[in-house]
Design a protein around this ligand. Structure first.
Ligand SMILES: [Zn+2]
Length: 369
């Protein structure tokens, strides 16, 4: 899941080559209660439902970039498949997953996906490999992962050739079942990473000490790190290394990543971009519990018991479609001039806009010109 993070620990600048995992591995997947698509307006944006209005208080977290080069140019993910099998097995699920983003409000004519090379050697050896997402069928591990955004090539990480998404074919085979719905949702989660989002629960302003000194009140008291697969092995290795690392395995994302321990998918990032970054999570309402980038409490548990509960003991579920907050996060990364802090703008061609009549009349007036 985080194959290169040993180097990341040593060289903090390599953060962009991190692979982010998903909630698909060995989880008890539950059928979503409601998978109806959100209604969209004439401009293709989700129509705001007052009951979901609170979404705009939530804070997505995403890649913090010093340069737009680590986001996809032209708001277009260029991709190809590493093998013909990958394309045969995954293309329809990927289409469904990207459709979930569109239905949630990510405009399909603005946020695009472009297959730039044929499957196989044309893809993996593609001349612009560094700027192309290669989609692999994963057979080695029972989970999916993706690089975040468009990581830049880095001379200190010679293994890194370009962005990669590993999807689990064994899971994809179930894609027409309820479990399969979760697979499509998981692929949508991976595309959230590919666009540049991190996990919702990895916002350090939500966590309390000693994991974070940001004085968050939402997570930290009930984080059962020992329920994460591989905990005992990693603990023993850290003790054997004799550096005292074991004290930080369940506290520091960097340390967890150093040992390829998946606690690094729960523990908070130190740096990221977000709305109101410097504001500690002081209320459970600050978390986007509907985010597709959120793990459920028991997702990935080795023991079946929850890994992460809220500090008040309540559990929470992962989600099967992107939230408005997720869409807002991607749009803010790619459209920084419009942070939409008060929600999405109402465009003049929407019937909800006060300028709608004027806008339509303008067209009528110009008819025949
Ligand atoms: Zn993930």
């Amino acid at each position: 899941m985080v194959t290169r993070l040993l180097r990341l620990t040593l060289l903090g600048a390599l953060a962009t080559t991190a692979l982010c995992g998903s909630h698909a591995w060995e989880t008890k997947l539950q059928e979503p209660a409601d998978t109806r698509p959100l209604p969209v307006d004439a401009a293709g944006y989700a129509i705001k439902d007052p009951s979901r209005e609170h979404q705009f208080r939530k804070r997505w977290i995403g890649l913090r970039t010093d340069s737009t080069e680590s986001l996809w140019p032209e708001k277009t993910i260029s991709y190809c498949y590493s093998t013909s099998e990958a394309k045969d097995k995954l293309a329809k699920f990927i289409k469904q997953a990207t459709m979930l983003w569109h239905q949630a409000g990510l405009h399909k004519d603005v946020y695009k996906y472009k297959e730039v090379a044929n499957p196989g050697g044309s893809c993996t050896g593609y001349s612009n490999r560094a700027n192309t997402l290669v989609i692999n069928v994963r057979t080695d591990k029972p989970y999916m992962d993706s690089t975040v955004g468009l990581p830049l090539l880095n001379a200190r990480d010679t293994e890194y050739k370009g962005p990669t998404m590993n999807l689990d074919y064994e899971n994809a085979r179930f894609a027409w079942t309820a479990r399969g719905q979760a697979v499509v949702a998981t692929i949508a989660h991976e595309f959230g990473h590919a666009w540049g989002l991190y996990h919702e629960h990895q916002n350090r302003y939500f966590w309390n000490a000693p994991v974070s000194f940001a004085n968050g009140v939402i997570f930290g008291d009930k984080f059962d790190c020992a329920a994460i697969p591989g905990y005992m092995e990693v603990l023993q290795k850290a003790i054997a290394d004799g550096n005292g690392d074991e004290r930080l395995l369940c506290v520091s994302k960097r340390m967890a990543d150093k040992y390829n321990f998946t606690a690094g998918q729960w523990l908070p990032w130190r740096t990221f971009k977000s709305k109101n970054s410097y504001y500690a999570g002081q209320s459970y309402d600050d978390v986007d519990w509907e985010s597709i980038m959120l793990y459920g409490s028991s997702d990935g548990s080795a023991t079946g018991t929850p890994i992460l509960l809220r500090n008040d003991g309540q559990s929470f579920q992962s989600n099967f479609r992107p939230s408005l907050g997720d869409v807002e996060g991607i749009r803010t990364l790619y459209e920084p001039a419009n942070s939409f802090s008060g929600g999405f703008p109402v465009l003049p061609n929407s019937s909800k806009s006060p300028f709608y009549t004027k806008f339509i009349n303008m067209f009528k007036k110009n008819k025949g010109c």
